[in-house]
Ligand binder design. Sequence first.
Ligand SMILES: Cc1cc2nc3c(=O)[nH]c(=O)nc-3n(C[C@H](O)[C@H](O)[C@H](O)COP(=O)(O)OP(=O)(O)OC[C@H]3O[C@@H](n4cnc5c(N)ncnc54)[C@H](O)[C@@H]3O)c2cc1C
Length: 323
Amino acid sequence: MRHVDVLIIGGGPAGISAAIWCKRLGIDCLLLEEQSQLGGQLFNIFNEIIDYPGMRTKNGIEMQREMVKHFVEMDCLYEVNTKVLFIDERSKTVKVKKQAKEQEICYTYLILATGSSQRKLGVPGEQQMIDRGEVYSASADGERLKGKTVAIIGGGDRAFEGAHLLSSKAREVYLIHRSTRFKAREQYVERIISNPCIKVMTDTEVTAIHGDRHVTSIDLESKNKEYKNKEYKNKEYKNKEYKNLLVDAVLIRLGVAPNVDLIKGKVATAQNGLIVTDDVHQSSNPFIYAIGDSCTTPLFSSISSSAGQGAIVAKQLSSMLNI
Ligand SMILES: Cc1cc2nc3c(=O)[nH]c(=O)nc-3n(C[C@H](O)[C@H](O)[C@H](O)COP(=O)(O)OP(=O)(O)OC[C@H]3O[C@@H](n4cnc5c(N)ncnc54)[C@H](O)[C@@H]3O)c2cc1C
């Protein structure tokens, strides 16, 4: 069976950084990525990235190119289209699937850099919509959504920012949130509440998404309460009792959840699902480390913190391996 000293699962910024640092420190290391390309969430960033020191890029794809170029130039060992299916922490092996073939790889230390994914609504029609490619970015798809009726689901910064961006392009924007309390920053909420082009529906849940070739409408379940926030109670945005709303596009903005299914029950996780680590990113299992979005609260997650954590863990493992 193949053995490596350090096995990294996940080829986003955290995994890429850990692999570069392992290479620099002379550690025998292999990175596995289930997608066909390295980069993780960088592929979902359509706006300019202005907050990574020394590398200002017009979007995530440009940063992905730069990072992968560096990674390849360093001669880091990796495999794409390779999904880790199972971790046996007792025998320190993982089972992986590559092009329908399964194999096992043995490790001395494992680094989980599995990142995070957008939360889903979990309603009928949602997965079909995603599979049809009806996934939009409010900043990049303004032209695609021009003149359309758009529903944005969520109550955080990204939902509010998306509604603001699309209000000048779309014909109508509905911001739909299941409660009357928003997590979004106050200034974002103010901007939306005072925007006549955006209809805010609170205490309302989306229960289905309809459409065969493209989205045509959504079903709503309204708790039919009045808008509770005192400051805005005089505004006209009270919940209306829609049962079915005709829309052309749905943007789901419910925040992110860490990708930790693989390790559930094998290392300690917090209530929010994040892997619990110490200051050198060791989990409750001394041979398993976690970095990036899999262990970082969304408020603090970033490309730079993921890269930094990759460096910390590689340096720590270099001393553990006596290199
Ligand atoms: C729209 C958007 C905009 C953002 N803008 C910014 C910004 O401007 N600045 C900033 O600093 N940050 C930004 N971020 C956040 C940043 O992208 C993330 O914090 C960062 O990508 C986290 O890196 P990661 O390596 O931990 O995880 P990810 O990037 O999520 O990568 C994880 C990788 O692990 C792989 N993986 C998961 N499970 C397995 C498995 N079982 N087997 C094999 N591979 C697996 C996944 O396929 C993925 O490639 C943004 C995020 C989004 C979504």
